[in-house]
Write a protein of this length. Structure first.
Length: 346
């Protein structure tokens, strides 16, 4: 039996309550690995609500912010250091250490890097990653899309594993309502304002769910709030139940990203509901959305409006089938297990 440490970020509990796609993926992966016979230990905040074996005595950053309001800027680094100390004490207990955080774990692992795996859940085309990869050319890195992998040095690339979701989290609907959906952070990377303009140009109502981005809080008030109305309603943050209802009842999900999206979890959440996706051709999108099968890949607002006129051509039962074939947690776990076995065979 392979013994694997899954080292989660300390921002949100595992699984997350609302926002936190990375944390959701880690929980689904760990649960699916356990079903494959892998001995999984989760390093995660103490406010995590999971039945997985877990190590971690300190709460998440989100819990600390609820308790104290704003916290000192060094708190995230302190939480990471405390977690890595707990990991250091137990390194000998694991065959593979799978890290989903930022940078410091690479230095801690030392000679164990060859039997570790790092999944980066963010973009890799900026200076911080360039410095990181240059300093740790022996660190195996799993990309979450081929688009992301293109920005990872060949020396680090261990493989590509698309995200997956628990098969039964979302139910399919073959008779949706009339509204469109947008789910994501309210920020210029995700462009909810574009989603509202497209919906309005197509004569369709839209409902938007997601958190206001703490790194760009003025964007919502400046670019999104003025566009809201009876036909464009902001629902606030949505958990699994609310997100499922929003996506399941939607005619389509609009995904008008304006950045090199490394994956885009909400696309496969929509597919799990049978809901087609209209997504802009950036980053991972053409890997995830099969044009004409699970949605449409577009390059402009006009193309998105035209795609909405054709949305009835998409078979919602077929969208769900493609989710089950491509994007379940079981498939993700099998892919990661194959990478673990390759690393151990070195």
């Amino acid at each position: 039996m392979i013994r694997v440490a899954q080292v989660a970020p300390n921002i949100f509990p595992i699984p997350p309550e609302h926002h936190g796609g990375t944390e959701r993926v880690i929980h689904d992966l760990s649960t699916a690995l356990r079903s494959l016979g892998v001995e999984v230990t989760l390093f995660a905040p103490s406010d995590s609500a999971t039945d997985l074996p877990r190590i971690g005595t300190h709460p998440s950053l989100a819990a600390l912010e609820r308790r104290y309001g704003s916290v000192a800027p060094g708190v995230p680094a302190a939480l990471d250091a405390l977690q890595l100390e707990a990991l250091r004490r137990r390194l000998g207990d694991f065959d593979i250490v799978h890290c989903h955080g930022e940078f410091a774990h690479a230095a801690l692992l030392g000679e164990r890097r060859r039997h570790s795996l790092t999944t980066i859940h963010w973009r890799v085309d900026e200076l911080d990653r360039a410095l990181f990869f240059e300093g740790f050319p022996d660190l195996p890195v799993a990309a979450i899309s081929a688009a992301q992998a293109a920005g990872i040095p060949a020396a680090n690339r261990a493989g590509v594993v698309h995200h997956g979701l628990a098969r039964d989290r979302y139910a399919v609907s073959l008779a949706p309502g009339a509204h469109l959906a947008f789910v994501g952070r309210m920020t210029d990377q995700k462009r909810p304002d574009t989603a509202v303009r497209v919906a309005r140009a197509a004569g369709r109502p839209i409902r938007l769910g997601g958190t206001i981005d703490v790194g760009n809080p003025r964007y919502f008030d400046r670019e999104v709030r003025p566009l809201l109305g009876d036909d464009a309603v902001y629902l606030g943050p949505v958990g699994d139940a609310g997100k499922g209802a929003l996506l399941r009842d939607a005619t389509a999900l609009l995904f008008p990203i304006d950045w090199p999206e490394p994956f885009g979890l909400v696309m496969i959440e929509a597919m799990a509901c049978g809901t087609p996706v209209i997504a802009w051709n950036r980053g991972s999108v053409p890997e995830i959305v099969e044009d004409g099968v699970t949605g449409f890949v577009v390059a402009s607002e006009d193309e998105a409006v035209a795609a909405l006129a054709r949305i009835g051509e998409i078979d919602r039962a077929g969208v769900r089938r493609r989710f089950e074939e491509r994007f379940t947690a079981e498939r993700m776990a099998r892919d990661y297990l194959a990478l673990y076995q390759t690393l151990l065979a070195r």
